[in-house]
Write a protein that binds this ligand. Structure first.
Ligand code: NAI
Length: 342
């Protein structure tokens, strides 16, 4: 069977990591017809629009996307591409698994870090409702609804049950934002009560950040509103080697877009230095999502073996390999049985 997948290469290092990931996915032997569409600054230059309609038309047909990072110009009043995609397509779950790769030396590599982060993906301060009240005073609205809070909590607990995760921690600031974060917590508690076999606790976001860097191994699954999720994911990425590593998935009821946590990395764009691991791990999640579980496991295992060998690391992890050399190493391991020494 041939899978139709929308490919949005994106901006900055996006096209480099996207191309590397396409090569790795194709090396697994899964048949994919990629529908390439442009979004971001590249689309603005080509079509005069950051997010052209053909992106939505393609996703309406394929229901699955692999996306590189995109830049949204700060000036010009453009809505963020990611926010627009997530809202319009109802991608209400942002799932980010944070795991230590074997062999990778970080400050935390002796700890068994295996976190699942569930970030609400459609509202909170990301609603983008801002206005100038009077010159010098700006108001930004934080929107939290029962509907969105219940569905992210349900997604988190259902995942925990399916993947045998034992503990869910809701992250909040309800001591200050008693109504908005208070509603989020109320919804989490309501869902937690339906999963008595899963331990449930709550942590204020500032304390959570401190504990994630002092005792990350105590956490299992974290669920939180949008903005905390954005910040906590980058923090957690730092534990396991940085932004070049951590994958992500934006999930809705009918469409899913897989993308790395990182941005366009303008400081290294176009130099062949980007680490494609995060998008490759996102592609492994995507392969599992479309039912290609063997290919997903194959790609993930190839990545892990490249790290375990300690050779071919990219510059962000202290190595000298280019994006292309790293990708060649991953492809060399794809399809090679685990026991084969290299
Ligand atoms: P960034 O993630 O692009 O870069 C932060 C640092 O991490 C930089 O030093 C960069 O070189 C490094 N880095 C990131 N990914 C890497 C990789 N794969 N390999 C090696 N090093 C890597 O974050 P920044 O600088 O805050 O944002 C740059 C742009 O990206 C902004 O326009 C922002 O809006 C956009 N962005 C887009 C996202 C998306 O489309 N999903 C997510 C986050 C940011």
């Amino acid at each position: 069977m041939t899978h139709q997948i929308t490919l949005i290469p994106g901006d900055g290092i996006g096209p480099e990591v996207a191309e590397a990931t396409v090569r790795a996915v194709e090396a697994t032997g899964v048949a994919v017809e990629w529908e390439r569409v442009n979004a971001g600054v590249s689309a603005l230059e080509e079509y005069g629009e950051l997010l052209p309609d053909d992106v939505f038309a393609s996703l309406a047909a394929t229901h699955v996307g692999l996306k590189g990072p995109t830049a949204t110009p700060i000036a010009g009043g453009h809505q963020s591409i990611n926010v627009a995609l997530r809202k319009k397509l109802g991608l209400y779950v942002n799932f980010r698994p944070v795991r230590m790769l074997p062999g990778l030396r970080t400050r935390f590599s002796d700890l068994p870090i295996n976190l699942a982060i569930f970030r609400e993906n459609t509202e909170d301060l990301y609603a983008g409702l801002e206005h100038e009240v009077v010159p010098g005073v700006v108001e930004s609205l934080k929107i939290i609804t029962q509907n969105a809070s219940l569905r992210i909590a349900r997604a988190a607990f259902e995942y925990a049950r399916r993947e045998s995760r034992c503990k869910v921690t809701a992250i909040h600031k309800a001591n200050i934002m008693k109504k908005s974060d208070g509603l989020f917590l109320k919804c989490c508690r309501e869902v937690a009560a339906q999963f008595p076999q899963i331990e449930y606790n709550e942590l204020i976001v500032d304390n959570a950040c401190m504990q994630i860097v002092t005792r990350p191994e105590q956490f299992d699954l974290l669920v939180m509103p949008n903005l905390y999720g954005d910040i906590v994911s980058d923090l957690a990425a730092g534990l396991v080697g940085g932004l070049g590593i951590v994958p992500g998935a934006n999930l809705g009821d009918s469409t899913a877009i897989f993308e790395a946590v990182h941005g366009t990395a303008p400081d290294i764009a176009g130099k062949g230095l980007a680490n494609p691991t995060a998008l490759m791990q996102s592609a492994a999640l995507m392969l599992a999502h479309i039912g290609e579980r063997d290919a997903a496991a194959n790609l993930q295992s190839a990545l892990e073996r490249v790290y375990a060998s300690g050779r071919h690391l990219t510059g962000d992890l202290g190595g000298k390999a280019s994006t292309c050399e790293f990708t060649d190493a991953v492809i060399d391991y794809i399809g090679v049985p685990q026991s084969t020494a290299r």
